[in-house]
Design a protein around this ligand. Structure first.
Ligand code: FPP
Length: 215
């Protein structure tokens, strides 16, 4: 969800306002995607690298996660089930504050009965850390370091039930892949757009989905 900062700068607003607009747009994108019968939407909310941003910005982005995870009524109305991927809270190095841990676990519980789209939020997430951990766990469970299999890695990802990605969306003119779902995106289409995240609208969603349907 790139470009919140740039969106705000163009309007002479503080970066935090861009993130606020980004969270509001995410709520709208979730509604539209659920309506379009998208099965899985996975968003990069906060990366393992984002902790070094200015403390006030980090605090603000965290509060927006709490806001998103608190949108239970809307999520239930749209039959959306919340999931989370990221560094486990009990792992060394975990920095996720208790109020976010609680918000994540509560949202998962409160939407568990929904049968429609799965919205997975990547928070304190990094793909390389996920893959390293998956390899370590595969080695432990397979007893022999020589025999780590593809299946062993897949089975030990943070969310092994996430299907392969059909389309990656990258906003705000960033034409590169980042530390996001590197295992899962093999073979995915990529939709690059100049639009900043807060301006990523229904028309943009449909353009991205066209890449999947035209396969
Ligand atoms: C990247 O834009 C955006 C982020 C690091 C934060 C994404 C967070 C949100 C959209 C808030 C709500 C999200 C959730 C899941 C609750 P940037 O800050 O790098 O913007 P820039 O590239 O223009 O500087």
């Amino acid at each position: 969800m790139d470009g919140n900062g740039r969106w705000a700068k163009r309007r002479g607003l503080p970066r935090t306002e861009g993130h606020t607009a980004g969270e509001e747009n995410l709520a709208e994108v979730v509604r539209v995607c659920a309506n379009r019968n998208v099965g899985f939407l996975t968003v990069f909310g906060f990366s393992t690298e984002n902790w070094v941003r200015p403390p006030a910005e980090v605090k603000h982005i965290l509060s927006l996660h709490k806001r998103l995870f608190g949108r239970i009524e809307e999520l239930n109305a749209n039959n959306v089930r919340i999931q989370w991927i990221g560094r486990p809270f009990d792992e060394p190095g975990s920095k996720t504050p208790a109020f976010i841990q609680r918000a994540i676990l509560q949202a998962i519980e409160d939407t568990a009965h929904n049968t429609g789209m799965v919205l997975t939020v990547a928070f304190d997430y990094g793909s390389r850390a996920e893959l390293l951990r998956a390899a370590q766990r595969a080695r432990t469970s397979q007893q022999s370091a020589q025999n780590i299999s593809m299946q062993g890695i897949s089975d030990n990802l943070y969310s092994p039930t996430l299907p392969p990605v059909d389309v990656v969306v990258r906003t705000s003119g960033e034409s590169r892949i980042s530390n996001f779902l590197l295992w899962q995106i093999m073979g995915a289409k990529v939709y690059f757009t100049e639009r900043t995240w807060p301006d990523f609208d229904t028309h943009e969603i449909d353009n991205a989905l066209k890449l999947v349907h035209d396969r």
